[in-house]
Design a protein around this ligand. Structure first.
Ligand code: NZQ
Ligand code: ZN
Length: 390
């Protein structure tokens, strides 16, 4: 653990089949006015909406609603929610849904009492949070982003054609999150696979950095092993509780700051995907899968020892008597096989991208990288390879 760190994560987690029964006790710490934020209807179809409304009214809460939040939530939706918060003097924003809904709730929380334009201040200029935030809590229905236990909000500004992630201070983390793996049984297979790759990508973004001996890397290897194992079970048997609960906890642990301590981290695959998402509106994890393979093929020689460790420990590639570069490359081939196992597309063509979009996407990607800092030209090459992939 060579880099010093401060760890602080204030989210209280209620996990498991009985997690929802803790809602009244969790709500008792907050005032009566609740803004319920949810997506385009999944929570109504699975009966969760009725359950939440019944529980809130039994607790004597006054409920206001922001419905129809888009996958890849829009800044305009954030502004609509912020207006309700101010008008109704909301005490708690309760997000019920996946990462998009929770991110939108966090963005509403910071935007509601922001003087001036919140987008410009917090997502563009990355200014320190300077206004009051409204408490957020979540009931999670889809495993993937880890938004249920972190302070990040990823928002798309359609007018500017930009999708931007912002990591806020811990006070923006959900105060509590309810995680019942059974709520994820109805997630369509494509979304489930997208969520699974998102989890793996969060781990790889942290794992593929630095060369020191760091406990965080061992934790991530364990999470990756568990995730891949449980994913294979859940793909065959979507209602296997053991597998779905492991996936859900892997998602939370992969990006709640536990595994990132003392790590430099990369996040360039995410930077590229966020811009791809701004142009195509593709499912986040599916975009990550298509970009990861060419990205890692570009950089593995710069972090060779770590890519060899990944190949051998995560995918069981044999290194005996072999050239390290071929071992590392085989690890990336195995990662590609896993994308195929998840039935996710390998090509950006299948995610709605056109050839003409690629230079524009490359222009807006924030440049970075852990083992190597990538130029705009190299990002364009990666996008082209991801576009042509079969
Ligand atoms: O809109 P609804 O009706 O809610 O339907 C959703 C949506 O269509 C559906 N769904 C969710 N739970 C369901 C369900 N359908 C049936 N049964 C259920 N139980 O699934 C679809 C996708 O939902 P969404 O919330 O968009 O997915 P996800 O959780 O993958 O969130 C993606 C967003 O999170 C951001 C992504 O960029 C993207 O905008 N991220 C947030 C991060 C964070 N806060 O830390 C980190 C990630 O890297 C990521 O960037
Ligand atoms: Zn992600």
């Amino acid at each position: 653990m060579l880099n010093d760190f401060t760890f602080h994560n204030p989210t209280k987690i209620y996990f498991g089949r009985t997690a929802f029964s803790h809602l009244p006790e969790a709500l008792s710490a907050f005032g009566p006015r609740i803004l319920l934020v949810y997506g385009k209807g999944a929570i109504k179809r699975i009966g969760l909406y009725d359950l939440v409304i019944r529980t809130l009214s039994a607790c004597g809460k006054e409920v206001y609603e922001l419905s129809g939040v888009s996958p890849n939530p829009r800044y305009t939706e954030v502004l609509s929610g912020a207006e309700i918060v101010r008008e109704k003097k909301i005490d708690l924003i309760l997000a019920v849904g996946g990462g998009s809904v929770i991110d939108c709730a966090k963005a509403i929380s910071v935007a509601a009492y922001c003087e001036g334009d919140a987008w410009q201040k917090y997502w563009e200029e990355l200014r320190p949070l300077e206004n009051e935030v409204v408490p957020v809590a979540s009931i999670l229905t889809m495993a993937g982003t880890g938004s249920e236990m972190n302070a990040c909000a990823v928002i798309t500004n359609e007018a500017e054609g930009i999708k931007e992630a912002r990591e806020f201070p811990p006070e923006v983390c959900p105060r509590f999150s309810i995680l019942n793996p059974e709520f994820t049984y109805t997630v369509p297979k494509y979304q489930m696979a997208s969520g699974i790759f998102d989890i793996l990508s969060h781990l790889m973004e942290q794992y593929f950095s630095d060369e020191d001996d760091n406990t965080s890397d061992y934790l991530m290897e364990g999470l990756m092993e568990s995730l891949i194992r449980s994913s294979r079970v859940a793909l065959r048997e979507p209602t296997n509780y053991e597998a779905r609960s492991n996936i859900m906890w892997c998602a939370t642990m992969a990006i709640n700051s536990v595994t990132s301590v003392s790590k430099t981290q990369d996040w360039e695959v995410h930077a590229i995907e966020h811009q791809l998402g701004a142009y195509t509106d593709c499912a986040h994890g599916a975009g990550l899968a298509a970009i990861s393979i060419p990205y890692y093929r570009h950089i593995f020689r710069d972090g060779l020892a770590r890519f060899v460790r990944f190949a051998t420990r995560i995918f069981g590639v044999s290194a005996e008597g072999r050239d390290p570069a071929s071992v590392a490359a085989e690890g990336i081939d195995r990662l590609r096989d896993f994308v195929i196992e998840l039935s996710l597309p390998l090509s950006l063509r299948d995610l709605g991208a056109t050839k003409e979009m690629l230079p524009r996407i490359a222009d807006t990607v924030e440049l970075g990288g852990a083992y190597r800092f990538l130029s705009r030209e190299e990002i364009l090459m990666i996008l082209q390879e991801a576009y042509d992939a079969k």
